[in-house]
Design a protein around this ligand. Structure first.
Ligand code: G1P
Length: 297
């Protein structure tokens, strides 16, 4: 079984649900307490053993490239001022030289198209996809939990979590056929189904382990929900084709909380969730939230 070494992070989206905040800042760079949302996702990838990250970017996303590079002037200034704590933090979150690639999506044709844009950098090996809109607060991280499942089952692995049945039209949803602990074997998946047609309430959370065969299905995939080329549709077509070892899909119901930072309320909730557990301000953040609760009375 090949190790999962590379991860694709699609970061080309406009962030329309949180405009105007994202007019000139990439949505992935919005801060969650003291770091950009994207840093949490990159940390999750490296924690799971990922060695190389492929960012699928677009215009106006230069801040992301700069953020994951050394900032010599800043580092020199912090050094001179003896600010070693923050300097160490800056250096800790940084991917090493040559461990990131940036490819351009060029036009917003959907998640499936974004993943397909990474095909040459991924090559012929299994890989992970992490959607940076979704922060999963868990220990171990969501991708690490999925890699444990991958080591047992192989094939493709999709992270899922239950959502209220009336919200299935916001997500990809899977059809489970059997369950072993927190791992489901699946028979189908559908993108943003109407609640009355949804095969379950298990939503696709934005973390995937995929075999490279997905690329040829993405290449041929026609636009689906929202008139976009959907990753879910291409996975659905690949599922069950021959040979089985590259077309079997399992879903992992991970332990942890998923926060959709692409929406105003999800972002607000993520900031609160990360603040109350923060090493430095956690206690005070709890106090602030209690204080604010009084305003509701
Ligand atoms: C994407 C996927 C969907 C998944 C969701 C998770 O949708 O297409 O299957 O459930 O991310 O956030 P999007 O939110 O980009 O419309």
């Amino acid at each position: 079984m090949k190790k999962i070494r590379k991860a694709v992070l699609p970061v080309a989206g406009f962030g329309t649900r949180v405009l105007p905040a994202t007019k000139s800042i990439p949505k992935e760079m919005l801060p969650v307490v003291d770091r950009p949302a994207l840093q949490y996702v990159v940390d999750e990838a490296f924690e799971a053993g990922i060695e190389h990250i492929v960012f699928v970017t677009g215009r106006n996303k230069g801040a992301i490239e700069d953020y994951f590079d050394r900032a010599y002037e800043l580092e020199a200034t912090l050094h001179q001022k003896n600010k070693s704590g923050i300097l160490a933090q800056l250096q800790k979150g940084l991917p090493g030289p040559g461990t990131t690639s940036f490819v351009r999506q060029q036009s917003p044709q959907g998640l499936g198209h974004a993943v397909w844009c990474a095909r040459d950098v991924i090559g012929d090996e299994p890989f992970a996809v992490l959607l940076p809109d979704v922060l999963v607060k868990s220990e171990p991280g969501c991708l690490k939990q999925m890699i444990e499942a991958y080591e047992q089952k192989g094939g493709h692995i999709i992270a899922v979590n239950p959502v209220p049945k009336d919200q299935t039209d916001k997500y990809g949803v899977i059809a489970p056929i059997s369950q072993e602990g927190n791992i489901y074997k699946m028979s189908a998946m559908v993108e943003k189904p109407d609640p009355k047609d949804a095969p379950s309430n298990l939503s696709i959370t934005g973390r995937y382990i995929l075999q490279p065969e997905i690329f040829k299905f993405l290449e041929e995939q026609k636009p689906g929900a929202g008139n976009e080329i959907q990753l879910t549709d291409a996975m659905e077509k690949l599922m069950g084709t021959k040979p089985m070892e590259i077309s079997v899909f399992h879903a992992v119901e991970f332990k942890g909380d998923a926060h959709d930072c692409g929406s105003k309320l999800g972002y607000f909730k993520a900031v609160c969730a990360y603040a109350i557990d923060h090493k430095e301000i956690g206690e005070d953040a709890r106090g602030v939230i209690r204080e604010i609760c009084h305003l509701l009375e």
